[in-house]
Write a protein that binds this ligand. Structure first.
Ligand code: ZN
Length: 302
């Protein structure tokens, strides 16, 4: 009886071991940064991801389990550039953890490591634009992921110096594999250069910049403002002057507007995974870009 109990305890310990051995608890605001933390942190970082690919990261409820995770965290990793401005300040305040407040080493914004696109020359938040600090959807360009990986590895080493060499070694390994993958993706995506696209939300300027796609219209009249029938009619009319092949949306955009336009203008409606977990193949960062490029290539072949 005693032996059975001991065996059961041992089995239980094995089950919980990975989390309890992790040196650092981290909270990622979005799935792509959770995936990057796993690449760089391995078993030394326990990662809690605040949102899923099916949620619009502009609008999240700070539920109790999320507040509790931030309270225990040694590092919070978010996009920044005002992507989380509607919920992160409240979450950080409610969690009351001084180590992860903005300005502290335990608070990391990915956007600081990349060149921002679509930075407005005039701040005009009043009419509903949710991108007042430039376009925050930086994760759709793998070169941005590489830049963030370098900065994040340095931050991991700073907040958990006992494992600094471990993080730096993993970062170097990730950088090698990532660069090889970028070369492969760029070769595969070469036929997409110059492709004209319509987008539901302005979620893809970094992907367009990377692959040379040309965005001719958006289904939202302003970022964050839902498509209206009047605006969709204007987009349909505009496509006569500037034709496009695809209409792109994220997993959290309602499909109806892009399907309406696709039917009337002869476009192909494409859902791109947008982040890790956006579909079955996008189960990690490598799968995210494998799948994004496959979906684009299949759609243009239709
Ligand atoms: Zn947005």
């Amino acid at each position: 009886m005693k032996r059975t109990l001991l065996a059961a305890c041992a089995a239980l310990l094995t089950l919980v071991a990975p989390a309890s051995h992790a040196a650092l608890r981290a909270v990622a605001c979005e799935p792509e940064w959770g995936a990057l933390l796993r690449e760089l942190g391995g078993d030394r970082v326990a990662v809690y991801v605040a949102t899923t690919a099916l949620q619009d990261p502009h609008h999240i409820q700070a539920r109790p389990s999320l507040i509790a995770s931030v309270r225990r965290a040694g590092l919070v990793v978010c996009t920044g550039a005002e992507l989380e401005v509607g919920w992160l300040p409240i979450l950080l305040r409610q969690a009351g953890n001084p180590a992860v407040q903005p300005g502290q080493p335990g608070y990391f914004e990915a956007a600081d490591a990349v060149r921002m696109l679509e930075v407005p020359t005039r701040l005009d938040r009043a009419d509903g634009d949710v991108h007042p600090g430039g376009n925050p959807h930086i994760q759709t360009d793998p070169r941005n992921i590489a830049a963030v990986a370098g900065a994040l590895a340095a931050r991991l080493a700073r907040v958990d110096p006992a494992n600094a060499a471990f993080y730096q070694a993993r970062a170097a390994d990730f950088a090698r594999r990532w660069q090889a993958a970028i070369t492969r993706w760029e070769a595969a995506a070469a036929p997409l250069r110059g492709l004209a696209v319509v987008v539901h939300h302005k979620a893809f300027p970094y992907l367009e910049d990377w692959l040379g796609l040309v965005e001719v219209a958006q289904l939202e009249p302003k970022p964050g403002v839902e498509p209206s029938s009047g605006h969709l009619a204007e987009v349909l009319q505009g496509l006569k002057q500037h034709p496009a092949k695809l209409v792109l949306r994220t997993p959290y955009n309602d499909a109806r507007a892009s399907e309406w336009l696709a039917q009337r203008a002869g476009l192909v409606a494409v859902m791109l995974p947008n982040t890790v977990g956006g579909d079955d193949r996008a189960s990690d960062l490598f799968g995210l870009f494998d799948d994004t490029i496959d979906r684009l290539l299949k759609a243009v072949a239709q």
